[in-house]
Design a protein around this ligand. Sequence first.
Ligand code: UTP
Length: 321
Amino acid sequence: SMQRRIRKAIFPVAGLGTRFLPATKAIPKEMLTIVDRPVIQMAVDEAREAGIEHFVFVTGRNKNAIEDHFDKQTELESVLRKRGKSDELELLESDLPSAGQTSFTRQQEPLGLGHAVWCARNMIGDEPFALLLPDMVMQSEPGCLKQMMDVYAETGGGNVIAVETVPWAEVSRYGVVEFSKTDGLALAINGMIEKPVRDKAPSNHIISGRYILQPEIFAKIESAKPGAGGEIQLTDAMIALMEEQPFWGCKFEGVTFDCGDKLGFLMANVAHGLLRDDIGPAFRLGLEKLLQRSLTVDPLPVGNVNERAGLPVTRKQPAAA
Ligand code: UTP
């Protein structure tokens, strides 16, 4: 198939974030930070690195903070200028897409990821696009979408999905792909199944939250029946499109954190905090002290936390000489 350049990306951010209440009562979960960068900013950074020029956000009620985040804050900027805070000014400047590079539309009801993507159809038009689930924070060099762009170029087009492996015991929590061959980093995908029971899973390669899709997906979403959970599933539409177009899997080289989940979010903060030039070394020391303390100090206050995490409940140890 003729290969067309990917210029636009969709960021579905209309989910309710119920797993993060009460934090997400008044602010969207995409504004929660990894150290000091909002999760949504990290997804936009990844898309920019991959050459994306237009950023389409599918939002919902209570998501105004996202739109404000991708706007100039002139009052703040003038205060920073007055105070000579040029580093901070430069940071705000470089994080911001140019005027006209962002679009916002609303998913009026949270009817599922497939429906959220479909809400962006008029902003995408008749061209292939990228889709990034901002909850999934992917740590790698180069970024995940850039890795996928390379597969897209190599395979000559079609649809590309980032995949990664998980332990077999966890496959039933994800969308799982079936593939016929491996050619370097590209898998030829010939099947997909959403949240299979372990025995029905065709592989332990899961769909990890980044996609390059052809515009014909919109018609497939439109004709998809509500699937699991009464939601319009993107996976069902992709399965229908697979009858007509190739789907490639890009084996993601890096680490993924599901930041819609409390544990994933905390791990992402630790992983990114440790790599930071400014706070990394001090953070490491602080963490080591905390871990040390939980092993040696009276464990009563942390005892049931450990128990819940399935960790050994520590008893008071004799202090080391
Ligand atoms: P999640 O499965 O994480 O759902 O959505 P959620 O509602 O955001 O969070 P919880 O489970 O209540 O805590 C995955 C992605 O799809 C988007 C979400 O914003 C997130 O990026 N989404 C999901 C929508 O945009 N619309 C929907 O109807 C559903």
